[in-house]
Design a binder for this molecule. Structure first.
Ligand code: PAF
Length: 286
């Protein structure tokens, strides 16, 4: 496994691979890898085959964090991440730094961003107004560097995957986006690098997200229900945890992300909840 830090080295290698007709599967991450990330790596390998190449990027992208968010304390452990990638048979881990990805930014000389204007507006976009601009920008840059045939994303960030699919279609990136199901702990908590922030008591309270989804599923099973009623169901579940605060809950079409007022089977549900200072997200198809 090779660890590359420069754009030129990564691009050169990707061009060589493409010349040799090797398919490139790409998994962009912010590191602190867990079983959810590894499921993306395995999916990339399954799709490109043994003759193909799998690239993982590890980069905590500052432009997708607001100044008030957890950029400086975001968990990092490159040594462990590299060991996990090696074990999974990853071909290259691309580990750029800020000066590489945003040259001249500190001196005000970086000024190009990618903005998706429709799907990125609600939910995460409403709560974190600069977030998706950072995500689409870094992902577009990484696509131009890694030159993948396919890129794999997790369904936990459902809106992110939808925004990136739209960007790929709108900007004619010649690659396929693959979305892999959420991996959960045995008790239902969706895997996230941010789970690391949760102490014992708060770890237990974090189960309100998956409980809220399960409760909504039970309510809509017999017949469609109004989104307003379901919002109250979710608020009640979240209120049972003393350190939990609901940021948003949304019921929407899984493809268009348009809000649905009557919610039944097939509707997508997403929610964001603060457990203390830690903000967690989860989603599910009802
Ligand atoms: O999902 C993530 O980890 C990040 O948003 C991504 C796609 C790696 C971009 O920084």
């Amino acid at each position: 496994m090779r660890v590359l830090r420069s754009i030129a080295a990564m691009q050169r290698l990707a061009q060589d691979w493409r010349r040799d007709s090797a398919r490139i599967g790409f998994v962009p991450t912010m590191g602190y890898l867990h079983a959810g990330h590894l499921s993306l790596v395995r999916e990339a390998r399954r799709r490109v085959g043994r003759a193909g190449k799998v690239v993982v990027s590890i980069y905590v992208n500052p432009t997708q964090f607001a100044p008030t968010e957890d950029l400086s304390r975001y968990p990092r452990d490159l040594k462990r991440d590299l060991a996990l990638c090696r074990k999974e048979g990853v071909d290259v881990v691309f580990v750029p730094n800020d000066a590489t990805m945003y040259p001249g930014k500190a001196e005000g000389k970086y000024s190009t961003y990618v903005v998706e204007e429709t799907l990125a507006v609600r939910m995460e976009g409403a709560s974190r107004p600069t977030h998706f601009r950072g995500v689409t920008t870094i992902v577009a840059k990484l696509f131009n560097i890694v030159l993948p045939d396919l890129a794999v994303f997790g369904a936990k960030d459902w809106q992110q995957a939808a925004v990136i699919k739209r960007m790929v279609a709108d900007l004619n990136f010649p690659l396929r986006i693959v979305v892999v199901p959420i991996v959960r702990e045995a008790d239902g908590l969706a895997l996230s690098s941010r789970n690391r922030y949760l102490t014992g008591r708060r770890r237990a309270q974090a189960l309100v997200l998956s409980r809220a989804i399960a409760q909504v599923r039970r309510v809509v099973r017999p017949a469609p229900v109004s989104a307003g009623r379901l919002r109250r169901v979710v608020q009640r579940v979240i209120a049972a945890a003393p350190d939990a605060r609901l940021d948003y809950v949304a019921f929407f079409d899984p493809e268009t992300l348009l809000p649905q007022t009557r919610v039944g089977r097939g509707t997508q549900m997403a929610l964001a909840v603060f457990i203390g200072r830690t903000r967690l997200i989860d989603n599910a198809r009802l």
